[in-house]
Design a protein around this ligand. Structure first.
Ligand code: C2O
Ligand code: CU
Length: 480
């Protein structure tokens, strides 16, 4: 008992010093408020194929340099457009975009000093294109690989490595992916905002020391980034409506967004548009999740307006640092007024489950190290890669019940298919029938979702706090 108490207080001290660090980062962001630069939009990859039904790109992963803090270069790993002469790697990487139904061909070259793979997070594709170490052989340093799949579903996705993801994603390998299609929303702008955080030293370089608290919380950074930039500025047209797509690409931070005096009309989740939108003042985005929102910029704001990250209690007594600015939003000249939304954004459809549907339990646990070292994580008592795969027949419908340990939340991600959340602790969600591939399981609760297991392949499911996944919180689903 005594030992445990000692450990807890040790952790609280660590949390407090982390908080000081976070505040420092925020302070430095405020001091250069006058120097804010326009938020960069992700740059699309060059499509080298003239066929309008094919998107063919050349993608390279390589060491690169990035100024997270002005004038201070950090060594990163980054994706770049191999079809553009002289292109340099960017964080986030270039945007891959396609229309629904397009064939996508990615010629990939690995110029990293280590092996890698690319996982197309959220896309439904053949099992051997999923980019995990169980769906393909890792691409060695200096190697090349070709990915080929069809863009089945319109929506907001992203891509990232699936080997040592905790290291490779943190170093800068992550990028947005949009499949256009479905209902047309005539908004004044359609933006993809990629949310991340980085842990920087005073020299502006990535701090690569990983301590037990980093493992527990997913390497919390001291600098918050939108599209790779700290404290960017975005001009919007007055009286317009914009569509903002968000992905949380951080290793483990929970983003809880708020735009004071404005509401988020949530129109889409991981698996594309919802049948009907719903409204919220704040929007929680767990690691790996995507949300699409419409925002009406129709009332001149009083004073400065900032997209903020506000407190969310994710467990483990992480203290509240107060609202943190992510992005300054400026009202510019009036733009086109919003056009009416289609009454139904998408035809509702449901997973065909019934009272006899198999309920499969998964228990997510953390195992703290009594000596104060890094914790271990497991699913049903097993730690990746020493696991027994879940087996199922293609087309089977199941209900998965995910139970999170009482200490902290875990964002649960299943590869290769979408699911529908049925309940959290027996309570149905406010908005039914949206499609998800990543969902936050609040600590101490049981979340149920319905899923049709398809297509055949070897798929992984895991916590998207990448440190948890790499330390055991990952399982395998074999569909035959
Ligand atoms: Cu975003 Cu298994 O990954
Ligand atoms: Cu986790």
């Amino acid at each position: 008992m005594r030992k445990l108490a000692l450990y807890v207080s040790h952790r609280e001290i660590r949390v407090i010093s982390l908080l000081a660090f976070v505040l420092l980062g925020v302070l430095s962001a405020c001091s250069d408020a006058g120097l804010r630069t326009t938020l960069p939009a992700p740059i699309p990859l060059t499509d080298i194929n003239p066929d309008p039904n094919i998107v063919e790109v050349q993608l390279v992963a390589a060491p690169a340099s990035k100024e997270y803090l002005p004038g201070k270069a950090a060594a990163v790993w980054a994706y770049r457009d191999g079809a553009k002469p002289g292109s340099v790697g960017t964080v986030p990487g270039p945007l891959l975009q396609a229309n629904q139904g397009n064939l996508i061909i990615v010629h990939f070259r690995n110029e990293l000093p280590v092996a890698t793979t690319i996982h197309w997070h959220g896309l439904r594709l053949p099992g051997n294109q999923d980019g995990t170490p169980i769906s393909q052989t890792a691409i060695p340093a200096g190697g090349t690989y070709e990915y080929r799949f069809t863009a089945v579903d319109p929506g907001s996705f992203w891509y990232h490595p699936h080997i040592e993801g905790n290291e490779q994603v943190e170093k800068g390998l992550y990028a947005p992916f949009i499949v256009h299609g479905g209902a047309t929303l005539n908004t004044a702008a359609d933006r993809y905002l990629v949310l991340d955080d980085v842990k920087l030293g005073g020299d502006g370089k990535l701090d690569e020391k990983v301590d037990p608290l980093d493992v527990m919380l997913g390497r919390p950074g001291n600098v918050l980034l939108v599209n790779g930039m700290q404290g960017g500025r975005l001009e919007v047209g007055s009286w317009t409506q914009e569509r903002w797509r968000f992905v949380n690409s951080s290793n483990g931070r929970y983003f809880n967004l708020r735009l004071p005096e404005h509401e988020f009309y949530i129109v889409g989740w991981d698996g594309g548009l919802l049948p009907v939108p719903y409204v919220q003042d704040s929007l929680l985005i767990a690691p790996g999740e995507r949300y699409e929102v419409l925002i009406n910029f129709e009332h001149p704001p009083s004073g400065r307006l900032a997209l903020q990250n506000i407190y969310y209690d994710r467990g483990h007594n992480v203290p509240d640092p107060g609202p943190q600015d992510l992005l300054e939003v400026i009202y510019g000249p009036a733009g086109p007024p919003p056009s009416p939304l289609p009454t139904v954004l998408r035809k509702p459809s449901t997973v065909p489950f019934n009272s006899k549907t198999l309920v499969r339990p998964f228990v997510l646990k953390e195992q703290e190290d009594p000596a104060g070292g890094a914790a271990n994580f497991s699913i049903n008592g097993q730690r990746w890669p020493d696991i027994t795969p879940v087996e199922a027949k293609s087309g089977a419908v199941e209900i998965w019940e995910i139970e999170a340990n009482p200490e902290m939340d875990h964002p649960f991600h299943l590869h290769g298919m979408f699911f529908q959340v049925l309940s959290v602790n027996g309570v149905p969600p406010v908005v039914p029938w949206g499609w998800k591939d990543t969902v936050n399981v609040p600590r101490g609760s049981k979340l149920r979702f319905a899923v049709q297991l398809d297509p055949p392949g070897r798929w992984v499911f895991h916590c998207h706090i990448l440190e948890h996944a790499e330390r055991g919180m990952m399982g395998e689903l074999v569909i035959r």
